[in-house]
Write a protein that binds this ligand. Structure first.
Ligand SMILES: [Fe+2]
Ligand SMILES: [Fe+2]
Length: 310
């Protein structure tokens, strides 16, 4: 038994989807109860400084452990019981485990669970990878932003299809290579975002976004390469700011695992597109192109506002 005021460190496997779910629930309960004296260390992370030995880490990952303040460790059912004794709504189970034979029974059940664990982890990972499941982890704010990102990336794919169509017609190999290279990256962004947003949560105006995207690419392509490069620089300047707002939000408020790196990756690609297009467009741009770019910039902003809602 552990003294109620003794700090217990829960050593959990943050790489396991089952452990992550359970610990997120336990952390919520521990927050409700200031006297729980529980702290949590993800031992799957290299940053778990107290565990430097690889064999020790493997042993800790193989079974659930709780570390006492003197450094000794409880494992399996004994560790669960110590943790439950600190949690509102779970203390009765910890008391029950003190009855003769119950801890042995719980340990037996835990060992059966360990045998089933790899299969359950596989199922949980598959479930986590589904768009519907991922979308359920999004706040209302993030869902709306991702809907606008999805609409934007759809538009981006079609911008390059519009450019490609005109470049083929004009037999402009340089413009064709530019459009195909950028278009491949946009198609990748689109599929990454689709993995977060099931069809039922996407914008209902995807048809208009495709058409608007296609025209935003094809019209300047009719005017020539520099108009295309100027247009792309204007669009990507807007997209960079749009992603930055979401990245700032996630850094400040947190969010589901994997979303921040995804947005950072998309933003880095967009900035690369912007800089490449701006360099190709050159410093001096005709007045008509500047006007067109201003229209494209405000059109993108209006589309984002609409796509968040519809
Ligand atoms: Fe993109
Ligand atoms: Fe882009």
């Amino acid at each position: 038994m552990t003294a109620q005021n003794e700090t217990l460190t829960v050593l959990y496997d943050g790489g396991c989807p089952l452990c992550r779910r359970e610990i997120a629930h336990v952390q919520g309960l521990a927050k409700q109860c200031e006297s729980s004296a529980l702290c949590f260390v993800d031992i799957s992370s290299e940053a778990a400084g107290s565990v430097t030995d690889a064999a020790e880490r493997q042993a800790l990952l193989a079974r659930f452990h709780v570390q006492r303040s003197d450094g000794s460790r409880l494992s399996g059912a004994a560790a669960f019981t110590a943790m439950w004794s600190r949690l509102p709504g779970w203390r009765w189970l910890a008391r029950l485990a003190r009855l003769p034979g119950i801890l042995t029974l719980l340990e037996g059940a835990y060992r059966v669970f360990l045998k089933l664990r790899p299969g359950l982890q596989w199922l949980a990972r598959r479930w986590d990878a589904q768009p519907a499941s991922r979308a359920s982890t999004l706040s209302k704010y993030l869902e709306r932003e991702l809907r606008s990102d999805h609409a934007g990336e759809t538009g981006a794919v079609f911008i390059y299809r519009g450019i490609t169509a005109v470049a083929r017609w004009r037999r402009d190999e340089q413009l064709l290579a530019f459009a195909q290279q950028h278009g491949d990256t946009e198609a990748e962004h689109l599929s990454l975002i689709e993995a977060w947003l099931p069809p039922s949560r996407r914008s209902r105006l995807l048809g208009p976004w495709r058409l608007a995207g296609w025209l935003t690419g094809a019209l300047p392509a009719l005017a020539g390469r520099r108009a295309v490069y100027g247009t792309i620089a204007a669009v990507e300047t807007f997209v960079d700011r749009h992603y930055q707002q979401q990245i700032d939000h996630l850094r400040a408020h947190g969010g589901p695992d994997g979303l921040l790196p995804l947005l950072e990756r998309c933003q880095a690609d967009e900035c690369h597109h912007r800089d490449e297009a701006a360099a190709l467009a050159g410093e001096r741009r005709p007045g008509l192109l500047r006007l067109w770019c201003a229209v494209v910039g405000s059109g993108s902003a209006a589309a984002v506002v609409l796509a968040r809602r519809v």
